[in-house]
Write a protein that binds this ligand. Structure first.
Ligand code: MN
Length: 285
């Protein structure tokens, strides 16, 4: 086993609104670190923010995507989704929506109606996962993965738990179907507890702090809303929680293909981006 070395810790502070429902900090996108974090293209962290009760719908109106997957993980609050492939669903704390846009989808992402009317705190992330070129124009797919469908590995001695959203954690298979090898683990560590992660060599690895603080490899501290990036070399990562902590592990085999992104489209060439715009305008999504 060889320890994975830390490359750096990203600290993003800016916040912008996506629609009228999502106060988002873009932790990385395909224009910057997304190129190095393949297959992960973008990560938006929304909230936590307390919303007052309202009768006015909140969210993002219908918009397109092509060429990748959007993965929404809810930590607090309730969301409602609807797309033009006929998929609709509601997701709340612990639930995940793994949507494959592939050749094209139109969807709306809203706060759930009752949640809007009652008010409450919203905290969620949206992760964009790239598709290999051969799957970018494939059939759209929708996976609604509820909290109770996500395998949980309980850590010894009240250490906490690992929710296996995708991939494999020590033999426990994750809930999501993916196109390329990806591990997405939602790790909850109790204060003072440790975990040692074994990760495939050569994969991209990043940790997002969601709650509390953890010390990585006995050296560097990861705080909430920070992203730690690691070298692809090595296969071992040790975490110790200095307070009750939640960390999202993003680990995946890099897709070594060109990335050209514009707005909600991520393809391999500029020509394909122009084609996406043409197809969208022509109502071919
Ligand atoms: Mn969207």
């Amino acid at each position: 086993m060889k320890t994975k070395n830390l490359l750096n810790i990203e600290q993003k502070t800016g916040q912008h609104w996506v629609g009228n429902g999502f106060p988002v900090t873009t932790i990385f996108s395909y224009d910057d670190l997304g190129k190095e974090l393949s297959p992960f293209l973008l990560l938006d962290y929304a909230g936590p923010m307390a919303f007052e009760p309202s009768n006015i719908p909140r969210g993002v109106e219908q918009h397109p995507h092509r060429g990748f997957e959007t993965v929404t993980i809810v930590y607090q609050g309730e969301l409602e989704h609807r797309d033009n492939a006929g998929n609709a669903g509601k997701i709340g704390p612990g639930d995940v929506q793994w949507m494959t846009a592939a050749r094209g989808i139109l969807h709306e992402e809203m706060h759930e109606r009752d949640f809007t009317q009652k008010g409450g705190t919203l905290e969620m992330i949206q992760l964009w996962v790239n598709l290999p070129a051969k799957d970018k124009m494939g059939t759209p797919r929708y996976q609604e993965i509820l909290n109770n469908e996500i395998p949980v590995v309980t850590l010894a001695e009240n250490g906490g738990k690992v929710r296996v959203i995708a991939g494999d954690y020590q033999g426990t298979r994750g809930a999501a179907k993916t196109f390329t090898p990806i591990n997405v683990w939602d790790i909850h560590l109790n204060q003072g507890q440790k975990i040692e992660l074994s990760l495939p060599k050569g994969f991209t690895t990043a940790l997002l702090g969601m709650k509390g603080t953890v010390v990585m490899n006995s050296t560097n501290t990861l705080n909430r809303k920070e992203l730690a990036r690691f070298e692809r070399d090595g296969d071992r990562l040790a975490l110790e929680a200095t307070s009750d902590a939640t960390v999202l592990v993003l680990n995946g085999e890099p897709i070594n293909e060109p990335i050209v992104g514009q707005g909600p489209f991520v393809m391999n060439t500029q020509e394909e981006i122009l084609q996406a715009m043409t197809d969208y305008r022509a109502g071919r999504f």
